[in-house]
Design a protein around this ligand. Structure first.
Ligand code: GTP
Ligand code: MG
Length: 458
């Protein structure tokens, strides 16, 4: 039966959090620790992602046996998305949700919640992605004695009572903030029901303390609660376009995350752009070459014949310059199926774009994923939208804003996420007194607009 052909894939885990709270350091540490274990095939590098295999997670979790119930890993490992940031996360979109199965929200324990922490939680909530909180930088608590790479619970027991006390207070700040946002949260080892409470794992990305628990909790939660999601078929691939980039000699290539099935060289792939569907054939699939030394910044890519979910891979194919980041990508078995899939892809893309002649703000974003996140955030606050699209702010957008302003002067504005303002648009906006809001934090954009709006109506 088809049931028997289904296997469990690696959960796709993304890292989010405020600037400088330690996302990159955390991923580097996980990779470094993994490599240091010298397990054969310890880590596989993907495009924009890396896989920590189950054997490594089990080995790292060994010292935890005393504290945490034993678990047998049935997932093959964890796939971490490397390029942390909200934009990348937004592009991990999938109709009504996310390609990410789980997220790590990194919070600097000394600084607590910051604007992008709130933003991250909003996006996680919007996309319904379960997450845990990594309370990072515990080594910075005054008086903390580091025990490199040890489980948190072991290091914690060796700290002075006043240091333990300080840690508890800082954790309570985080738990309190979560509570205000409507989440129950607690230190991971005090949680009885993980379906109702968000786990907070104290870690230091610098010393490695707490990393064993972080991986154990991640693996435990994902395989216990997400099993159905993690089943994949050995059928045609399904994925999402994370990023498009120009690669000298190859034209525009697509970095994609595959969450189901198998992608092969020569496959017919279907994705979409702003002008219509893209049906093309995979010319080559590129993956990073395995290296002994992980810390080499630029690893070369080599051609592979196929990749199996979950995977991050670079696709070389004609016509990818017409695609848009955040679009779904599917393998079609034949031309006929390709046409059906193209229809589905375009419906999904068109459902995100808005074009009306009513009153409302004009919204522009750099990718489909960020556009969707921004539109949803605006809708949630009851801000009407006249036009929403991907691309730089152009003269045409200003003309739309002028038209909107004639119906309601408070909505004759342009809200742009991570986009350029074309010179002629800037001039036109000045001429007509059209206000432009441009930022790379959604939360900030909405705050700025709402502040301006309030000032106007007063
Ligand atoms: P952006 O990508 O800019 O958003 O930042 P990030 O969240 O990736 O933070 P990054 O990992 O670059 O860390 C920011 C700074 O904090 C660096 O100087 C790190 O060395 C430091 N840092 C990260 N984690 C820890 C930690 O656990 N302890 C200490 N003491 N410093 C840390
Ligand atoms: Mg970083």
């Amino acid at each position: 039966s088809s049931q028997q052909q289904r296997k469990l894939r690696q959960p796709i885990v993304v890292v989010l959090g405020h600037v400088d709270h330690g996302k990159t350091t955390l991923l580097d540490k996980i990779r470094g620790t993994t490599v240091a274990l010298k397990e054969p095939g310890a880590i596989t590098q993907h495009v924009g992602a890396s896989v920590v295999p189950a054997s490594v997670i089990e080995k790292l979790a060994e010292p935890l046996k005393k504290f945490l119930p034993r678990f047998k890993l049935i997932i093959p490992g964890l796939l971490f998305i490397d390029t942390p940031g909200h934009e990348v996360f937004s592009n991990l979109r999938r109709r009504g949700g996310s390609v990410a199965d789980f997220a790590i929200l990194v919070v600097d324990i000394m600084e607590g919640f910051q604007p992008q922490t709130y933003e991250a939680i909003e996006i996680l909530r919007q996309r319904r992605v379960p997450f845990l909180v990594a309370a990072n930088k515990i080594d910075r608590i005054p008086g903390w004695k580091p025990h490199p790479d040890q489980p948190f619970l072991i290091s914690y027991r060796m700290q002075k009572p006043e240091v333990q006390q300080r840690l508890e207070e800082l954790l309570w700040n985080i738990i309190g903030e979560m509570y205000k946002l409507g989440f129950r949260a607690d230190r991971f080892d005090r949680i009885k029901d993980f379906t109702k409470t968000v786990a907070v794992v104290p870690v230091s990305a610098k010393t490695g303390e707490g990393i064993p628990e972080l991986l154990a909790v991640l693996a435990g939660l994902t395989q216990q609660y997400l099993q159905k999601r993690l089943m994949y078929a050995e059928g045609p691939a399904k994925g999402v376009v994370l990023e498009l980039r120009e690669q000298p000699g190859l034209g525009v290539v697509a970095d994609v995350i595959i969450y189901d099935g198998i992608l092969r060289k020569g496959d017919i792939i279907v994705t979409g752009g702003l002008e219509g569907p893209v049906i093309t054939r995979v010319r080559s699939l590129l993956m990073p070459k395995p290296l002994v030394e992980i810390r080499t910044a630029k690893r070369e890519l080599e051609s592979v014949d196929e990749v199996v979910a979950a995977a991050g891979v670079r696709i070389v194919a004609p016509e990818l310059e017409k695609a848009v980041a955040g679009a779904p990508i599917f393998v079609a078995r034949d031309e006929e199926e390709a046409k059906e899939l193209a229809k589905k892809v375009m419906e999904e893309i068109e459902a995100i774009r808005i074009r009306t002649d009513k009153e409302g703000v004009i919204v522009k974003a750099d990718t489909l994923g960020t556009l969707e996140a921004l539109v949803e955030a605006l809708k949630k606050r009851g801000i009407p939208i006249r036009v929403a699209d991907v691309g730089p702010i152009a003269k045409r957008d200003v003309i739309e804003a002028v038209a909107s302003k004639q119906i309601n002067k408070y909505y004759g504005v342009i809200i742009g996420f991570n986009v350029k303002v074309l010179p002629e648009a800037e001039e036109e906006a000045r001429k007509h007194g059209i206000k432009l809001f441009v930022h790379n934090i959604i939360y900030k954009l909405i705050e700025d607009f709402e502040k301006w709006y309030k000032e106007q109506i007063e």
